[in-house]
Ligand binder design. Structure first.
Ligand code: ADP
Ligand code: MG
Length: 338
């Protein structure tokens, strides 16, 4: 089982940033409102993610490290409609097989925390406010071949920050902080009034400005589109919102392209192509596409679990989504500007 976990780890964990992503997913799934990421040596030496979420009851601590242990799906139907980030129950087991790991957690109904040592399985009382701290030390110590492929600490740190940024751009209601070698490197405060369920641009703009810079918001246009096709509950089958940037050529940054599907960051050819086509059509390639686009789509129209890293999504009707994103972006870019 250890070996299987290590193989799974190879799929899930490519570098420290992959661990950061998984731990952030878990923290957000647990309802955290503040998440702090502490790193050392670009995350290779230490990744510590602290949240103020629901916590893990003492009896569930060992379970959390077991393969295919997930508290998030009870049935196959759940898998279809899954609203959580994780659901494979693989991440912690995988990470535990390739690093020194500990879980420190406290739920609301207990007067102290418990700490589980991932290596020995030992559980002892500890102290902490409600929430969970997951500590991951010496990543890939057991697989030196993988460790050799890591880049410099600065590069690995940059990837870790990217991972947090991707979460921050879709959860303005949650505060994020990143520390490296004891120094605060990024901090994005929770935006007041920004309810996760609100999914509306005014609430989102503050976070976009904090993370991508005020000029991103100033030099961009609101995107809004709803398909005429409806879900069973009457909501649009596909909704696209966000901001499409028209930065000064000199300021354009190629790495500012963020696309989300149902709250998950994705890198997807259909979405990228649709957005790029809109920029070509309206601005004839005169501006670098920079955008934060949020696609909300009926879960029945996508397959999420196609890749171990969950970064990919398969649309059942990719033409429908392509047209939605393309039209949404074109309308925004073509709108008269003040
Ligand atoms: P998954 O997220 O797919 O369920 P993981 O291996 O990432 O699988 O996590 C296993 C389980 O550990 C989760 O289902 C959850 O019950 C628990 N867990 C992990 N991290 C946290 C956290 N930060 N707060 C609360 N529970 C957590
Ligand atoms: Mg998870």
């Amino acid at each position: 089982d250890e070996l299987i976990s290590q193989i799974a780890a190879g799929e899930v964990v490519e570098r420290p940033a992959s661990v950061v992503r998984e731990l952030l997913d878990n923290a957000l799934d647990a309802g955290a409102t503040q998440v702090t990421v502490r790193l050392s040596a670009g995350g290779v030496r230490l990744i510590l993610v602290e949240d103020d979420g629901l916590g893990i009851p003492r009896e569930d601590l060992p379970v959390a490290l077991r393969r295919h242990a997930t508290s998030k799906i009870a049935s196959l139907q759940d898998l279809e409609a899954v609203g959580t980030m994780g659901f494979r129950g693989e991440a912690l087991a995988a990470i535990n097989s390739i690093a020194d790991m500990s879980l420190l957690s406290r739920t609301l109904d207990t007067d102290h925390a418990w700490q589980l040592d991932g290596r020995t399985g030992e559980i002892k009382p500890a102290s902490r406010a409600r929430g969970t701290s997951v500590e991951v030390r010496e990543l890939f110590y057991a697989t030196p071949a993988r460790r050799k492929f890591l880049k410099t600490d600065a590069t690995e740190l940059a990837h870790c920050i990217d991972a947090v940024r991707r979460h921050a751009l879709v959860r303005p209601d949650v505060g994020f902080a990143i520390w490296h070698e004891g120094k605060l490197v990024e901090q994005w405060r929770a935006c007041s009034g920004a309810l996760a369920s609100a999914h509306s641009l005014p609430h989102h703009d503050q976070r976009l400005a904090d993370v991508l810079g005020a000029e991103f918001v100033e030099q961009s246009i609101a995107v809004h589109y709803e398909s005429s096709a409806r879900r069973a509950d009457g909501r649009p089958a596909v909704r696209v919102w966000g901001r499409a940037g028209i930065p000064d050529a000199a300021r354009a940054r190629a790495d500012q392209q963020f696309a989300y599907v149902n709250g998950r960051y994705v890198r997807d050819k259909v979405l990228t192509h649709a957005a790029r086509s809109a920029y070509e059509d309206v601005l004839h390639g005169q501006r670098q596409p920079v955008y934060a686009l949020y696609v909300e789509i009926d879960p029945a129209r996508i397959d999420v679990n196609v890749h171990p890293t969950k970064i990919e999504v398969r649309f059942r009707d990719s033409r429908e989504v392509h047209q939605a994103v393309r039209h949404a972006t074109e309308d925004a870019l073509a709108a008269p500007r003040a």
